[in-house]
Write a protein that binds this ligand. Structure first.
Ligand SMILES: Cc1cc2nc3c(=O)[nH]c(=O)nc-3n(C[C@H](O)[C@H](O)[C@H](O)COP(=O)(O)OP(=O)(O)OC[C@H]3O[C@@H](n4cnc5c(N)ncnc54)[C@H](O)[C@@H]3O)c2cc1C
Length: 345
């Protein structure tokens, strides 16, 4: 039996009852259709970088999306539409766009996983999200068996979510089309740490290549680029989303906090608060946890890691301790960002 620990960046997860490799779109569609027809539970697996899978494994068919192909087409507005098969390595797509002088993806450098997963949670980093550049998403609708092209406006993209994440068993992403600019300069820099790294003002642009290397440097400092030699990168990225609070909730938090709470405007009178700040100020500092097992990253309090010998049960116990501790300290309930398979928090 295939151990799913070999397919997740956390290195966690028990065996799959069945495991199918899907190197082509037709193999992917056939595998999903056959499993659905047999009534077997299905887990669509990309790079496994946003998955926390039970120690007991998955009692159904895991379908590994390994489709390949990137097509560039001139868009009517003079820019470029890049259509990427779901199984393409995401950072390879970003690197090729940057090398080709195309702007729009550079801030999303260094994020692990496959292109097909990027619309699922509307992947974002350093002030930008894929929603800003996605034209459409080609999917298999598992309810109807039809292939559909879903335009951006119907994807309901929001902070770390989408229509696909809200309807988890319905769609298989087959390909994603991105609208990129033929432009040597990046999207405006919207993240203070990145602006400082690049030596530009907020809102200014820099060369796309400079932005990519600036982002990769910052990510490496935080353990947010996969590195087999660095246990602090053996994670699912951010374990919790940044809570979005209304004015009343924020006032409660500010009253309980030991000092000024960092916040970012989230529209509609709401603010986004860094989960990492809440975790740290609730007493869970860097490297908190069991040495060599499940612990907080030594580089970033938002990443929970398997330092080698952890189990999913241990990782979730740590996550619960942190969630409960933050709630007790500040009255804010953190929500996990990764997809939990066969387990709950
Ligand atoms: C070190 C590190 C840093 C990270 N940094 C970031 C970051 O900065 N920003 C960010 O947003 N995320 C980040 N992540 C999270 C993760 O990399 C992204 O969410 C990524 O898009 C997941 O891709 P994947 O192919 O690994 O998906 P998987 O983990 O394999 O799957 C994630 C979910 O998507 C579903 N899925 C995958 N492919 C498809 C498909 N083709 N069709 C339908 N459903 C599918 C799966 O069933 C599952 O529900 C980070 C993770 C790590 C480990």
């Amino acid at each position: 039996m295939t151990s799913l620990a070999d397919y997740t960046t956390l290195g966690l997860g028990g065996p799959a009852k069945a495991f199918v490799d899907a190197p082509t779109q037709s193999a992917l569609i056939d595998a999903v259709t056959a499993a659905d027809a047999s009534g077997d539970p299905v887990l669509i697996l990309g790079g496994g970088s946003n998955l926390v899978i039970a120690d007991e494994g998955f009692p159904g068919t895991v379908i590994h999306v390994n489709t390949r192909g990137v097509a560039y087409a001139d868009a009517a507005d003079g820019q470029v539409d890049v259509t990427v098969a779901a199984g393409e390595d995401w950072d390879g797509v970003v690197a090729a766009a940057v090398d080709g002088g195309l702007a729009g993806l550079e801030c999303l450098s260094g994020i692990p996983g496959r292109a097909g997963a990027t619309p699922i949670q509307n992947v974002g980093a350093y002030g930008h999200e894929v929603a800003e550049v996605i034209t459409n998403v080609r999917v298999l609708d598992r309810l109807t068996g039809q292939i559909q092209v879903i335009p951006n406006e119907s994807c309901h993209f929001a902070y770390r979510t989408s229509y696909f994440k809200q309807n988890p068993a319905r769609y298989v992403v087959l390909a994603v089309t991105f609208h990129l600019a033929r432009e040597p300069l990046s999207m405006p820099v919207k993240y203070a740490e990145l602006a400082a790294q690049l030596g530009v003002e907020m809102g200014e642009r820099a060369g796309v290549g400079e932005v990519r290397s600036g982002v990769l440097k910052i990510r490496a400092r935080k353990g947010m680029v996969l590195n087999p030699g660095d246990p602090d990168t053996k994670s699912a990225g951010s374990f919790f989303t940044n809570p979005v609070l209304d004015a009343e909730q924020f006032a409660g938090l500010a009253a309980a906090a030991p000092g000024p709470v960092p916040r970012f405007d989230a529209g509609d009178g709401k603010v986004k608060v860094p989960a990492a700040w809440l975790i740290e100020h609730a007493g869970f500092g860097k490297a908190y946890g069991a040495p060599g097992r499940a612990r907080v990253s030594a580089k970033h309090t938002l990443a929970l890691i398997n330092a080698g010998g952890a189990t999913t049960t241990e990782l979730l116990a740590l996550a619960r301790e942190i969630r409960d501790g933050v709630r007790a300290a500040f009255g804010v309930t953190l929500t996990p960002e990764p997809i939990l398979v066969g387990v709950t928090l």
